[in-house]
Design a protein around this ligand. Structure first.
Ligand code: SF4
Length: 148
């Protein structure tokens, strides 16, 4: 179940996510659902080790949107992006595949605004968790204006 091809239709803004290392932020959208992350063996093992339940997390970002319920912490998007849009949620500022905290980590599009629309992240993601759509830049700006 890749990211909803109709996103952001049928989704609502849950809030803003602020990058702990910069002034960048992106929107977080819901509702989430149980998807690839909930059935991936590596993800399930690391959640179990932490004693945490896998719950719906929703979508981070708007014009570079990552479905965290589909993200299995593969890291391909971080490695492929020529302008370093992504970093690890649980290891801020780190971009290499081996830098993820564990398989409960997620690709966070903290520098969404730097996207040059090359689509590399969309092509390499093993679960098709990423949707990049320049048309959704206007959606981001409208929603941000409503939040501020
Ligand atoms: S489309 Fe290209 S520039 Fe934009 S986030 Fe993906 S890899 Fe980075």
């Amino acid at each position: 179940m890749p990211i909803d091809e109709n996103f952001p239709k049928n989704h609502i803004v849950l809030g803003k996510f602020k990058d702990p290392l910069s002034d960048n932020y992106h929107l977080v959208w819901g509702p989430g659902r149980l998807a690839e992350a909930a059935s991936d063996e590596n993800v399930k093992k690391d959640y179990a080790t932490k004693g945490e339940e896998i719950k719906p997390l929703g979508i981070h970002g708007t014009f570079v949107a990552v479905d965290w319920d589909s993200c299995i912490a593969d890291g391909a998007c971080l490695m492929s992006c020529p302008v370093k849009v992504f970093e690890w949620y649980k290891n801020p500022g780190k971009l290499l595949r081996r830098d993820k905290l564990d398989y409960t980590d997620k690709a966070s599009p903290v520098k969404e605004i730097d996207c040059i629309w090359c689509m590399a992240c969309v092509e390499v993601c093993p679960t098709k968790a990423v949707k990049v759509d320049q048309a959704n830049l206007a959606v981001h700006e409208k929603e941000i204006a409503g939040l501020t």
